[in-house]
Design a protein around this ligand. Structure first.
Ligand code: SF4
Ligand code: SF4
Length: 286
């Protein structure tokens, strides 16, 4: 069983919702939280834990053996990423930053072992034991790398291998293909938004994506006391989606960041919102 926390716009408090919901859901499920915001993972920071059990994520990269290459240019012609350029005489050269690791060049090359396999490290995944009773899987793209997909896939697979009752996925912001990959197979999407023009715009994008993917969606309205709350209600009505929780702007939440203690562990009204949300989720997913 997988549920996802996402939100079109960055900075809406998506990770705060994800980690607090994970702690509250522990009451109902044996779960794993997967931070698939691989370009800027921060669930471990909010949970106040050090990343553990690092594993590298490699990607195929072609390496030309010029003693065997017959300079036929077939590798360059097949490459959809234009990652191979050829000299006038047909000698191929790789532009590593453009390569997606698809192996198309290796498949079409007519000369055995003219293209050799090299592995490039794209990033890492981590399996961190937390003090909250559930493990955290984190995907982290290396700085300077642009291809996030292999890290999202590797982190998600590592989380799935734990075979927990519930996989709670925290996606990146936006509606890119890596967000779609993170959302894949979710029974429920919790779309986190805030009542600002940008928040509303990006909420519509994630609602459209969820609709296309056939995923049941609920809205959590963060910082609900600021801005255009009615606008969010209007969008929710248009898409037939429920607003299941509203979290007002709160000094208590700011203090929880400073103390490094998730707000759901406190005794206050903000903590109750997360506990109520977890109860609704547990009732929905059974
Ligand atoms: S692996 Fe794919 S993307 Fe990379 S150079 Fe070969 S064909 Fe191009
Ligand atoms: S397809 Fe193979 S033989 Fe042809 S240019 Fe590329 S590496 Fe050389």
């Amino acid at each position: 069983m997988q549920i996802a926390v996402s939100g079109g716009k960055g900075g809406t408090g998506k990770s705060t919702i994800a980690i607090n919901l994970a702690i509250a859901l522990k009451e109902y499920f044996d779960l794993v939280l997967a931070d698939l915001d691989v370009e800027a993972p921060n669930d471990h920071i909010l949970l106040n834990v050090e990343l553990q059990n690092e594993e590298p994520v490699h990607m195929f990269m072609p390496h030309f053996d010029y003693s065997k290459c017959i300079k036929c240019k077939k590798c360059a012609e097949i490459c959809e990423e234009n990652a191979i350029i050829t000299m006038k005489d047909g000698t191929p050269f790789l532009i590593p930053t453009l390569c997606s690791g698809c192996r198309g060049c290796e498949i079409v090359c007519p000369v055995p072992e003219a293209i050799l396999e090299r592995q490039k490290t794209m990033g890492h995944t981590y399996l961190t034991n937390t003090v909250y009773g559930f493990p955290l899987i984190t995907g982290k793209l290396l700085e300077g790398e642009e291809r996030a997909m292999p890290i999202v896939v590797a982190a998600k697979e590592r989380a799935q291998k734990l075979k927990k009752e519930l996989l709670l996925v925290d996606t990146a912001a936006g509606t890119s293909n890596t967000v779609s990959k993170a959302l894949e197979n979710s029974k429920l999407l919790i779309a986190v938004t805030e009542p600002t023009p940008l928040g509303l715009h990006d909420l519509e994008l994630i609602l459209k994506l969820a609709d296309l993917m056939g995923i049941e969606t609920w809205i959590v309205l963060n910082r609900s006391s600021l801005g255009n709350r009615e606008g969010v209600q209007k969008v929710a009505k248009e898409y037939g989606v429920k607003i299941v929780a509203e979290i007002p702007y709160s000094e208590n939440i700011i203090h929880s960041y400073i103390e490094g203690k998730p707000i759901v562990l406190s005794e206050n009204k903000e903590a109750e919102v997360f506990k109520e949300l977890a109860k609704k989720v547990a009732e929905y997913v059974g």
